[in-house]
Design a protein around this ligand. Structure first.
Ligand SMILES: [Zn+2]
Length: 286
């Protein structure tokens, strides 16, 4: 179960170039070098993905994590192995915040591929909740990338609830049902409205597309574009991703627009193309 702590497995992965360490500019340091390692990257793992509406397409999955966390977990693993500290074992599976990039087609060679930087949202992505539009955005991203023949979804694992985590997100939902909007609910907990940092997405793009720091970004959120630009990625085009609106999330979407998200006026009106799920109104944000 914990075979990854065995150094011989790490050696095998390194030999096969399935484990790499890169610096902040995505430059490979596995072969040695003077720079500070920043991300550790595992993969690629071929992954057939079922598409909403039918069909499937193969993506290549890389898992990535901050090297500082990888290092720390390596030390814990070594203590478990050497000193038989079984009490440390639970740390091994919970400590690292592992994000993912799923690429399709000739991602390294494409001129300016479609990229979706997606914040983890268990309630919508996994449960299918319509309190937000994350799940439909994720599925639509896969669909558009496959339709173009090339692109990537970057799935940021530590971004649940705009960075506050799943437990606090559940609290904010309860507060929202008492009348607060999605941003007020975060600040009521003494937490930032939005603490997400998309800079690691820029690093993984550099790592997988060396010397081609260009992307067309699928997003309504200007913060993502800013973080990628700051990380040295040229965003050659911003493509809106207006899907998944419904009466369940109209107030939530309006709050996002008030914070700068590029949601076209009228998209929130009942019956508009941006509101494809007409349903009886809950009369309150969910
Ligand atoms: Zn969501």
């Amino acid at each position: 179960m914990f075979s990854y702590i065995d150094p011989s497995v790490v050696d095998l992965l390194l030999r096969e170039k399935a484990l790499r360490h890169v610096d902040r500019r995505g430059r490979d340091l596995t072969a040695g070098g003077g720079e500070q390692p920043y991300l550790s990257i595992l993969g690629p793992v071929p992954m057939p993905i079922g598409l909403e509406g039918g069909g499937e397409a193969t993506f290549q999955w890389h898992a990535f994590v901050r090297h500082s966390e990888y290092d720390l977990i390596g030390e814990v693993a070594e203590r478990v192995r050497r000193d038989e500290r079984r009490d440390l074992v639970p740390l091994l599976s919970t400590f690292m915040q592992v994000s993912s990039i799923l690429t399709h087609g000739d991602f390294a060679g494409a001129e300016a591929p479609l990229v979706r930087v997606h914040s983890c949202c268990m309630t919508s992505d996994v449960f299918g909740s319509r309190r937000c539009e994350c799940g439909p955005q994720l599925h639509e991203s896969f669909r558009r990338i496959v339709a173009e023949g090339v692109g990537a979804v970057i799935y940021m694992s530590s971004h649940e609830g705009r960075g506050i985590g799943l437990w606090a997100k559940a609290v904010t939902y309860l507060l929202q049902d008492m009348g607060q909007d999605t941003y007020e609910a975060n600040t009521a907990l003494g937490l930032p409205e939005d603490s997400r940092d998309f800079s690691d997405a820029a690093v993984i793009l550099h790592a997988l597309r060396p010397d081609r720091p260009v992307a067309r970004l699928l997003t309504n959120n200007p913060l993502k574009e800013e973080d990628l630009r700051r990380g040295g990625i040229q965003v050659s085009e911003l493509l809106p991703l207006v899907v998944g609106f419904s009466d369940h999330n109209r107030r939530y979407m309006a709050a996002k627009r008030s914070k700068g998200h590029r949601i076209p006026p009228g998209a929130l009106d009942p019956g508009s193309p941006g509101a494809p799920d007409p349903e009886p109104s809950d009369d309150e944000e969910r």
